[in-house]
Design a protein around this ligand. Structure first.
Ligand code: UD1
Length: 311
């Protein structure tokens, strides 16, 4: 990707900032775009030391801005999003505007500016609560939160812009991502919340009985597949699962985290299941291997240990 001119939306966020650093390391020229709602400038501290990086504060709902920003762009990584399932239940319209209209804006601006490749951050939430496991890309989708609906629609736009305009678009269906820079706010991913509580010696709340499962995917594997997708022609118009392919229950990961971090006195409390939450989720990752040669390097235990070193 050396010398490529790349736009990263959501560049100040958890995934976007880690991706920005990796792209700069590869010698790419990176334009970062973020409205700084969830994103934080401190995530871009090292990027900002690099002359090949430029940051613009703005919103993906602003089409004119995107049209202008994409003038000399070769590749777009679209990571900007309304990211929270429970928050989407409180604010479905805003979630729709950011995730669906925002993505359509990206596609239209990319089409007009002849962008070579668009890699989109989609989500395993689109599978919803269909009991079939592991989740396969071809399954019938059953989104049960507004958030999941927006990701499904955005994916469908990615596919249709490949079909209708021959744009090289790829949607990566991330299973639960965790790692350095994920914020421990009440609306961020579970592992970030658990780790913050463990370090602040606060009790952990489980929504439901703790037997719900997730396929926790370490940020480095997410970066790896994004870089592979960026240079691939075979992934054009495709939707691809990205996970480890292995589930773990919430209670099991919490117990491991508490034990491994050797902090004492942390209690587990139970609250009712959250609206919109799915029960079980892990992915079949054969397609990622077949199309992109991808395999996850980190199971959740290895990933958590590395995450802790950064903490
Ligand atoms: C997460 C991501 C979403 C992504 C999806 C892909 C965030 C905020 N959400 O959604 O963007 O598209 O994965 O699979 O990054 N839980 C507790 N206690 C807590 C927090 C969570 O028990 O304090 C439980 C939840 O009820 C849920 C599980 O942990 O069952 C995972 O929750 P969360 O990390 O919020 O992830 P998802 O809703 O799966």
């Amino acid at each position: 990707l050396e010398g490529k001119r790349i736009l990263v939306t959501g560049a100040a966020g958890f995934i976007g900032s880690n991706l920005t650093d990796a792209l700069l390391y590869q010698g790419a020229e990176v334009t970062g775009f973020d409205n700084l709602w969830n994103g934080r400038m401190e995530n871009l501290e090292s990027a900002q030391q690099n002359k090949k990086f430029i940051f613009h504060q703005g919103d993906v709902r602003d089409y004119d801005r995107l049209l202008h920003l994409m003038k000399d762009i070769d590749i777009v990584f679209h990571e900007a999003a309304f990211i929270s399932v429970p928050k989407s239940i409180l604010m479905p319209q805003l979630c729709n505007d950011v995730n669906i209209t925002g993505t359509l804006n990206i596609l239209n601006a990319a089409r007009i500016n002849d962008v070579e490749k668009i890699v989109f951050a989609s989500s395993a939430a689109v599978y919803g609560d269909d009991p079939t496991l592991p989740k396969q890309e071809k399954m019938r989708l059953n989104p049960i939160s507004p958030y999941a609906v927006t990701k499904q629609a955005a994916e469908a736009y990615m596919v249709s812009y490949n079909q209708a305009y021959n744009l090289n678009t790829t949607s990566l269906r991330y299973f639960n991502v965790y790692g350095p820079r994920q914020q421990g706010s009440p609306y961020s991913g579970a592992i970030a919340i658990f780790i913050a509580n463990i370090f602040n010696r606060k009790n952990i709340t489980i929504f439901g009985d703790g037997n719900q499962t997730r396929d926790f995917t370490y940020i480095k594997d997410i970066i790896k597949i994004n870089l592979l997708a960026a240079e691939s022609k075979e992934s054009a118009g495709k939707i691809i699962n990205v996970g480890t392919g292995k589930p773990i229950s919430i209670i099991e990961i919490i117990k491991f985290m508490i034990e491994y971090s050797q902090k004492e006195g942390i209690e587990i409390e139970y609250d009712p299941i959250r609206a919109g939450d799915i029960l079980h989720s892990y992915g079949d990752i054969t397609l990622a291997k077949d199309i992109l040669g991808f395999e996850a390097d980190y199971d959740v235990f290895r990933g958590f240990k590395e995450y802790l070193d950064f903490y």
